[in-house]
Design a protein around this ligand. Structure first.
Ligand code: ARG
Ligand code: ZN
Length: 474
């Protein structure tokens, strides 16, 4: 049962704002069973994801015949299970033209609907999947891959094409958050359905191809291409799938031991990127060690950054953060490392709770600063300053709020207030418990509050709840 003091926060996280529409499948589907019940539809993205569909694994095979162009061939196999009776399987998809769909190896009828915003882009696979049953759905597609618009920034999410210039060969990479991954592959494109990934990339010889996970194999083909396979065995949200293709230098770093576990480190830089941009990445191992002290064991067995040249935000793509040239600074590097726990290993149940990702990742900047023996007061002042123009309760009610100053700075200040009240030892134990118990579990603000109350007591929960729900800055 729920402590009364958390009711306000829970109501905020579970009541869709008035613009939210009921997902058609939510009306027609039968009784909900299984772990993913009741997370969809998302109040901010009511058409994303299919309620009751659980994708367990994506086997992604991409051919990039001419890096820098949008041309793509894809062959994606989804291992799916139904949490409830489904009349069909509705995957999010706005990528290259579908050539063929099979279901457990046999052809199956499908329909591809394309639209804008509330008219969803769906690949509807026309076969029923009864509750508790599995299937392997394979989709092949070819053509130019575009993208989907960002909720606030003037950028396109999804498959990025960086054309060749006189100084730099062409490149491609993914930018998924929040819903760009379905511009590349058919998927259940909502963070409440994390999955494991195997990614095989086929590119021209001499081109480097990297993806989330550990590198398994690199095979040369007679036609002048080669294929590289990566495997990610810890489930992550679809937006966290990282893929990058280009003419890259590989910087292997000494592996680190975090909580008795070995993590290999490799960074990737476009050959045109100067040493001044590469230098701060040399601290990655120290950052991983520092953060695992606070957060608990690092959730994966490999990590690194891939620097990209377009002017985008940085993104915490799993085990392989996507770092624009401008973001190549210690604070951003440590921020994206923190997301490997908060966002990737511990996924959101709803896009309304982005502060759970951004607040923790921003707070990690202070933890690193402090570990360097530096003054943290300027950081704390900076966060307050960012909120001077205005703030809001931590749960977002519009898409525009998902990545605003409140999600980042107020989220971090809330965690600092909690730490200050309970002390470092209790705070550290609390963080370890949170990352251990919520890994792979779609998580809401209410889950954080429950754990706060259970582990740190009612006063701590009340303090955090004030930071979560009060309209003004506490
Ligand atoms: N999660 C990213 C970060 O590290 C921010 C992504 C912003 N995404 C967007 N589509 N505006 O903070
Ligand atoms: Zn972030």
């Amino acid at each position: 049962t729920l402590p009364t003091l958390t009711l306000a926060a829970l109501t905020l996280t579970t009541t869709p704002p008035s613009h939210a529409q009921t997902h058609p499948a939510a009306v027609t589907a039968g009784g909900a069973v299984g772990t993913r019940a009741d997370v969809l539809p998302d109040p901010l993205y009511p058409t994303l994801g299919q309620p009751g569909l659980d994708v367990q694994h994506y086997d992604v095979r991409l051919t990039v015949p001419a890096p820098g162009t949008p041309d793509l061939r894809s062959d994606t196999t989804l291992s799916v299970r139904a949490d409830r009776d489904l009349n069909d399987v509705r995957l999010d998809y706005s990528g290259p033209r579908v050539l063929n769909v099979t279901w457990n190896g046999q052809p199956v009828p499908y329909r591809h609907t394309t639209g804008q915003d509330t008219t969803p882009d769906k690949l509807i696979v026309q076969r029923a999947l009864p509750a508790g049953r599995d299937a392997r759905i394979r989709v092949t597609a070819a053509g130019p891959a575009g993208g989907v618009p960002d909720p606030t920034l003037n950028i396109t999410l999804g498959w990025q094409s960086v054309p060749a210039t006189p100084t730099q060969p062409g490149a491609n990479f993914t930018f998924g958050e929040p819903d760009g991954t379905h511009s590349l592959i058919p998927c259940n494109d909502h963070p409440s359905d994390p999955a494991t990934f195997t990614t095989t990339l086929t590119v021209p010889r001499g081109v480097t191809a990297v993806a989330s996970g550990s590198r398994l194999a690199d095979r040369a083909h007679l036609n002048g291409t080669h294929s590289v396979t990566f495997t990610l065995t810890t489930p992550v949200p679809t937006y966290a799938l990282g893929i990058s293709v280009g003419t890259l230098d590989t910087a292997a770093r000494p592996a680190v031991e975090t909580a008795g576990q070995r993590v290999t480190l490799t960074d990737y830089f476009p050959t045109s990127v100067p040493n001044t941009i590469r230098a701060p990445y040399a601290r990655t191992g120290d950052m991983l060690t520092t953060l695992s002290g606070w957060f608990g064991p690092y959730p994966f067995s490999t990590y690194g950054s891939v620097v990209v040249t377009p002017d985008l935000p940085a993104l915490e793509t799993a085990t392989l953060s996507t770092m624009p040239v401008r973001s190549s600074r210690e604070r951003v590097i440590v921020h994206e490392i923190a997301h490997q726990w908060f966002g990737n290993a511990v996924p959101l149940a709803s896009w309304t709770d982005t502060w759970l990702n951004e607040g923790f990742a921003t707070y990690a900047e202070l933890l690193w600063t402090q570990a360097q023996g530096q003054d943290t007061a300027p950081l704390l002042r900076g966060w307050r300053d960012r909120l001077r123009p205005g703030t809001r309760p931590l749960t977002a009610t519009t898409r525009a709020q998902m990545f605003d100053a409140t999600a980042y700075a107020r989220g971090a200040l809330a965690l600092h207030a909690l730490r200050t009240q309970v002390g470092d030892d209790a705070f550290r134990t609390f963080l370890h418990t949170y990352t251990r118990t919520r890994a792979g579990q779609p998580t809401r603000t209410a889950d954080l509050l429950h754990l706060t109350r259970a582990q740190l007591g009612p006063q701590a929960a009340e303090l955090l709840n004030t930071w979560i729900t009060q309209p003004d800055l506490p």
